[in-house]
Each structure stands twice: as C-alpha cells, then as structure tokens.
Design a protein around this ligand. Structure first.
Ligand code: DOR
Length: 441
C-alpha cells in the first residue's frame, strides 16, 4: 500500500519545507517534491502542515484494573484524535506493572485494543531491583519518589541507591517529597479545600524531591528524566548535569495555576499540584531556553463523580491527550513559539529521550506516524466531544486555533474527517537503549 501526501508544509529535521511524502506500508520511503504520483492513495494536503506523530511519554490509561476511568482502547482513541501516535504508559495500574510478566500482560492488552502505538514503563518497588535489571520491551523504569494515585512508592534512601546503582535502563520519577507532603498535611489538618492541595504539595515538596533524584542520578552516572516539572525553581537543577538529565512539563503546569481552583475546583487537582502564574511563565521560559526538552500530558483520568468528592477524597489527575497538541499549536498561532519547537518538544525529543527506534521525525526509513494539522482551524473543546472514557476536559469551553485533522499510525489512517478508525491497531514501540538517549543523539 503506497500513500502519497502532496503539497503539505512538512516539518522536517531541516525546517519547514513544502514537499511530498511517500509512505509504503508502515514506512516513510520518500521525502521529495518530485516523487511522481504512483500511489494507491494520493492526498492533496495543500494548506496543511505535516508533522511527525506526537509521542506522549506520560499517560495513565488504567488498564488493567481501573477501566471504569479509561482503558487502552478509549485512551488510544483520544490519542488518535489528538495527533498522538505513540504513548508510553505508567505502571500504577492494578496490579501495578512491577514484574516482566505484568508488563507483558499490558503489552498484550494493548496489542488487542490500542489504535495507536504503545509502550509501558516498569514500576520500581523497594525490593524489585532484580526485575528492573532484567526488564526489557520497555522504555525505562518509573519511580514514584512521592506517592500519588496507587501505592507505588520508593522513598527510602537505601532503596533508591540500590535502584540507581543496580539498574541500567533510563529512569524517570514522580518527584514530590513524601516527608514535606506529610508535614504540610498535618499542619493543614489534612486540608479541606481543593486549593489547599497546592499548599500540601507545595513548591518545597517538588524542589526537594527533584533535587534528591538528580543528585542520585549524578552520583550513579545514571540517565534520568524528570517528569512533570511544576515550579520555576526546579529549573536551576536542570543545568550542568553532564548530559544525564532531561525534563518535561505538562500543559496543565503551563496553562493552569492556583487562581484556577475557584473556577475549576478539583478538575485542576493534580500531582504535582498546579502552582502560581509566575511558575507558568518560568516553565514556559524553561522550555524556550531548552532546560526542559519534552512536553507530555500525564493524562490521568478519573470520573466526574470521583472528582466531585470533597477534598481530600477527590482523586488527583486530569485527562489531556486529546487536546495537548492543539493547546501547543494555539501557542504557535499566538506567536509564543514556533511549530518546529512544538515538534521538537512533542515528537522528536521524547523519541530520543527513550531511545525509540524510527520515530519522532519525518525522514526516509522512519515509521509513517504522521499528523496533518490545519493551523487555521478553530474549534472549541467540549466535554460532550471527548473520547476519553472519563468524558471531560479541564479545557471545556476553550477555543483553540490549530488542530490535527488526520492522523496516520504506521502508514494507515487512524483519524480523519472527525472520526477515529476504531478497528486500526498500533504496534509496540521498539527501543535501542545502546543509543544513549537525548544528549547522545
Ligand atoms: O495527579 C496525578 N494523577 N499525578 C500522578 O502522578 C498520577 C496520576 C494518576 O495516576 O491518577
């Protein structure tokens, strides 16, 4: 099957060029303005941009065990609609993915029902370093240095030292300091308002845990990716790391802050918590300055009924894969960043951080994970239109300009004309960890 995408403005590693892209089966086989027209399908993409598919390296799709919130099918439908062609999913499912067998169970579920490509982290526990050492078919190891949804937690120093010393796969971590969070919880009598979430999981909690994790990575010369940086102050930790550390920020930490609790209540209750408007601005600057390399969502759906419970019963997390690319394309249209930067943050950098083979770029030999975007299209996010099983978005009612209009996963159309091809199936991402990650490539 040969598909020719003609006349799009293509975001290539060398910049934006109007050229044609030829896809054969699952691969990009030509990037050239003179490819002829011999193809089974010719798509005239005049007026559209073609970008590599988004790789979201932090999602929670709840499968197995918590599938009333989301499952690997519904989460993947939301991905296809949002221009996300590959997701890497976190281990805090039920049971948690803390053995090779449990990891492979998730791979099997995804093979049977995910519309887009997939990968799964292996979860660290205080005692499973032997599993982590031998783990394969995974982008890396996830450590909850601070507790969040689920009961995965490693915060004893000795256990952390053992993991950093004894494993070789790249590590990422949820960084919020358990001791600080507990002390704040006691001081605030557990908290009773949603806004107090940001006082319990405060700036200090994020800073202390990120500092601790980066110290461990440096001492053990271990590759480490800081998930969801939430404070401007953490940026100072992301300098002078000798090519070991990468970091990411989520749309909710860029676009929401504590002033939003009044309007959105628990819908913006997340871990790490949202912080201040000043943090929003500093995090955006951190991206522009290259201190943060990746934008990912931490898509963490809960039902509206669960979210409506009073604090602190209300669970932390919000869904975002469906709208993350559009949120960033809107920033391009506002003149706040370039489309090439968005592609770097959401497509190329995550592939390099996790050593993903043949993804993240429009280049001959790469997988045909591609997204046509219409930079002029304006649309309003509506809860009723969301494909996530949770059925809501914290951006309900927000109008954005710049939207994905067609998504190709391994050469086949997974989303077009407003509809997801629910029968399509993605493939398991492959990793070449010998590549050495973001700074080596
Ligand atoms: O708010 C959050 N919810 N943060 C996390 O790190 C986990 C997530 C979840 O799984 O619900």
């Amino acid at each position: 099957m040969r598909t020719l995408i003609r006349n799009a403005q293509c975001v290539l590693p060398t910049g934006i060029h109007k050229t044609d892209v030829l896809v054969e089966d699952s691969k990009i086989v030509g990037v050239d303005a003179a490819l002829g027209t011999r193809a089974d399908e010719v798509i005239d993409a005049t007026g559209l941009h073609l970008i590599p598919g988004v790789i979201d390296d932090q999602v929670h799709f709840r499968d197995p065990g918590l599938t009333h919130k989301e499952d690997l099918h519904t989460g993947s439908l939301a991905c296809a609609k949002g221009g996300v062609t590959t997701f890497l999913e976190m281990p805090n499912t039920k049971p948690p993915a803390i053995t090779q067998a449990l990891l492979e169970e998730k791979l099997a579920i995804a093979a049977s029902k995910s519309v887009v490509n997939y990968g799964f982290y292996i979860g660290a526990t205080p005692k499973n370093v032997d599993v982590l050492k031998a783990a394969h078919r995974t982008p890396g190891i996830k450590i909850f240095i601070g507790s969040s949804t689920g009961d995965l937690l490693v915060d004893e120093q000795e256990a952390l030292e053992t993991i950093f010393a004894g494993s070789t796969l790249p590590v990422c971590a949820h960084c919020e300091d358990e001791t600080t969070v507990k002390a704040n919880t006691t001081r605030l009598n557990g908290g009773s308002t949603y806004a107090e979430h940001s006082q319990i999981r405060d700036h200090a909690a994020a800073y202390i845990a990120t500092k601790r994790a980066i110290d461990l990575a440096k001492r053990h010369n271990h590759r480490f990716h800081v998930l969801h940086v939430s404070t401007g102050r953490e940026l100072e930790l992301l300098r002078d790391h000798g090519g070991l550390i990468t970091a990411e920020v989520c749309p909710h930490h860029l676009f929401f802050n504590i002033d939003d609790y009044a309007r959105l209540k628990s819908l913006v209750q997340m871990n790490p918590s949202i912080k201040t408007a000043e943090d929003n601005a500093q995090l955006w600057q951190g991206l522009l300055d290259g201190l943060i390399q990746v934008v990912a969502t931490d898509h963490a759906p809960h039902t509206l009924e669960e979210k409506a419970q009073p604090y602190p019963k209300s669970p932390s997390g919000l869904p975002a894969v469906e709208n993350s690319l559009a949120l960033m394309l809107n920033q391009v249209n506002l003149g706040l960043c370039s489309l090439e930067q968005v592609v770097s943050w959401m497509c190329d950098a995550p592939a390099r951080v996790w050593d993903i083979v043949d993804k993240g770029r429009i280049e001959v030999g790469y997988d045909a994970d591609l997204v046509l975007v219409d930079m002029q299209r304006e649309a309003t996010i509506r809860n009723a239109d969301q494909l996530t099983k949770s059925g809501w978005s914290p951006w309900d009612g927000v109008t954005l300009r710049g939207w994905p209009v067609r998504t190709f996963v391994m050469g086949r159309t997974a989303f077009a004309d407003g509809r997801v091809n629910r029968e399509h199936r993605g493939e398991e991402a492959r990793y070449d960890h010998a590549r050495g990650g973001f700074w080596a490539t």
